[in-house]
Design a protein around this ligand. Sequence first.
Ligand code: THU
Length: 384
Amino acid sequence: MQVLGIKTGLIRVGDDLAEVVEKGLAEAGLCLQDGDVLVISESALATAEGSVVDLKGVVPTRRAETLARRYCKDPAEMEMILQESDELIGGIPGVVLTLKDGFLFPNAGLDRSNAPHDCVVLLPKNPCRSAQALRERLSKGKRVAVIIGDSRTHPLRLGCVGVALACAGLEPVEDARGQRDLFGRELKITRKAVADNLVSAAQIVMGEGDEGIPAVMIRGAPVRLTDEEASCIPSIPPQECMYIGVLRGGMRPYQGGRDELISAARGALQEAYAPYSGFRVGAALLAGSGRIYTAGNVENASSGAGICAERAAVIKAISSGEREMAALAVVGDTEEPITPCGICRQMLVEFGSDIEVVMVNRDGRAVLATAAELLPSPFSREAL
Ligand code: THU
């Protein structure tokens, strides 16, 4: 397999990327052949298509300012990150982790490197469509593939590897399930991220700095080219992802099965006594006997004497003789699904680490986690 860098001049907004790459190929004395794969850097594509933003002209919202303070970032950059991503998952000082179109990106894919002063390069607008268009322009009747490449780190690993944002003319992931290993055992979960691996190979010659090599030609790669339309790189839902599944503390979207409990919790909003905060919460607890115990939050003029809806429901169940609990639903008049406070988590986990907790917002959007996931490392009777 040969991996050859294609040198170009600095790519500017408005450049015709296919023309730039063709010129680079010609200057390197290269002519595309059947089976060749072109890897093109996403930042070159984004720059050419004009996805460059001058941060001096960006006015941050209050949310962007708050998050910028929390994660030690420039408020204007945070504003662009919020605009460019579907969800902000969290962050550490200097970097936030975001979801966009089903993929994780640091800082929503915004890039300050290789961007003019005070500017950031956004992600390409539609890498799938661009991969297809570049393939059509560059192939000249040959059977070639185009991959739009980006770089990413893996959890706990130092250094970037290549990932494909989109590709055309190539199956991005090959299914190796069903093949045999050296000992004849059938492979059960192995899929080969072929497109990602090719981007990694390309990045060995591309570099990340001032090399001026935004495209790479790979010849002789043992991969399957296709004539199908450009395909987006397949993703998996967050709850099936090992990293996200573990790190999100098990919090996953509710997928049905506890509707009756949720309506009972919603009904219990009427049981709330919340004249001080005006914030009503309803809880419904499904106990081992199959009975449902409901409660609202009960406030008091002496604020510390109040109790949350969840604990009020637990107390009703325990004082009715129950000792086992299967599930708890809690509903609040909140934007995001309401999550039980620390004391309620401690009280719940006492009666079962597997209790399913369904947390619901005002519109019925619900997420789910077990009591133990909501309170890792609880204080427990073993300590006494
Ligand atoms: N509250 C609950 O009942 N459950 C929760 O999960 C969070 C908070 C109540 C306690 C208080 O009456 C009011 O909400 C405002 O804190």
